[in-house]
Design a protein around this ligand. Structure first.
Ligand SMILES: N[C@H](CCC[C@H](N)C(=O)O)C(=O)O
Length: 278
């Protein structure tokens, strides 16, 4: 379903990975129709469609496609692991391939379908250089809640990972927005609360920048796995339990691979009336 805005409306797809849900617009033919106002209106779960992220497929010069991400507050995101897996699955089916290459704001990525049907994406190397992580240099996180000892990891978007005794006990809706908007993070941040529940097995709850609590955050699980390894809690291959299910993370030489299920739920069209009201 190649979609462009026409007099009869704007076609879109609804997808999710572990309940992290997406509206996907295939804009490979035609202009990119998305503006911050459209993202906010579409993201309204009462008056629009509702999504955690909006993903826009565009053409690419040296890859199968380009993928852009928007949050439901109308802000852009440099990475979205679960939307990358969902859209890669759609593109693999459409192109009759078992792997695809794509370009995101962070650079070139690749994805493949495993023989068990799950979709893996290589999210690239984590950004660990303090100078390259969007944290104000020279600042001290001691004022942050939960002991002030998080790990900052960039996955093309910013993540701040807190290891706690019991992730279930954290008041994510209270702590998340305070940390997201802390002046330490000039670009705001996604916030993860994680605890070790077994050897190489983590539980993670997330507050996403620009969206809020979601059932899963792919880049957040990658950041959490990297942080857990750096803290000496786990090896480089871990299972991460999120509210919506489980993701496999494997931090390899060539990047952080994330694997899990994808779902394409329905295709529909935004009406001209909806678009005219923006
Ligand atoms: N759900 C996404 C992450 C969205 C990140 C976004 N909230 C940001 O502003 O960086 C994922 O699967 O990786």
């Amino acid at each position: 379903m190649n979609t462009t805005r026409t007099a009869s409306g704007l076609p879109f797809m609804k997808m999710h990975g572990l309940g992290n849900d997406f509206v996907v617009i295939d804009a490979r033919e035609g202009d990119d129709p998305v503006t911050p106002a459209l993202a906010r209106a579409l993201g309204d779960r009462h008056r629009g469609v509702g999504f955690d992220q909006l993903a826009v497929i565009r053409p690419a010069q040296s890859a199968d496609f380009t993928l852009d991400f928007w949050n439901s507050d109308g802000s852009r995101a440099g990475a979205c692991g679960n939307a990358t897996r969902c859209v890669s699955d759609y593109m693999m089916r459409q192109l009759g391939q078992d792997h695809v290459t794509l370009v995101t704001e962070r650079g070139a990525l690749s994805a493949l379908r495993r023989t068990d049907g799950l979709v893996s994406v290589n999210m690239g190397a984590p950004i660990l250089e303090p100078s390259q992580i969007p944290i104000l240099p020279g600042t001290d996180p001691q004022h942050l809640p939960l002991g002030g000892d998080p790990v900052a990891v960039g996955m093309g978007n910013p993540h701040c990972v807190f290891f706690v005794e019991d992730a279930e006990a954290v008041e994510v809706a209270m702590q998340g927005p305070v940390i997201e908007h802390d002046p330490l993070f000039p670009e705001r941040t996604n916030v993860e609360f994680a605890s070790l529940i077994g050897p190489d097995h983590l539980r993670m709850r997330v507050w996403e920048r620009g969206t809020g609590i979601t059932l899963a955050c792919g880049s957040g699980t990658c950041a959490t796995a990297v942080a857990a390894n750096l803290r000496g809690l786990t090896g480089k291959r871990v299972l991460v339990d999120v509210d919506g299910g489980q993701l496999e993370i494997d931090w390899r030489e060539d990047g952080v691979w994330m694997t899990g299920p994808t779902a394409h739920v329905f295709d529909a069209t935004l009406t001209p009336e909806f678009l005219a009201a923006l």
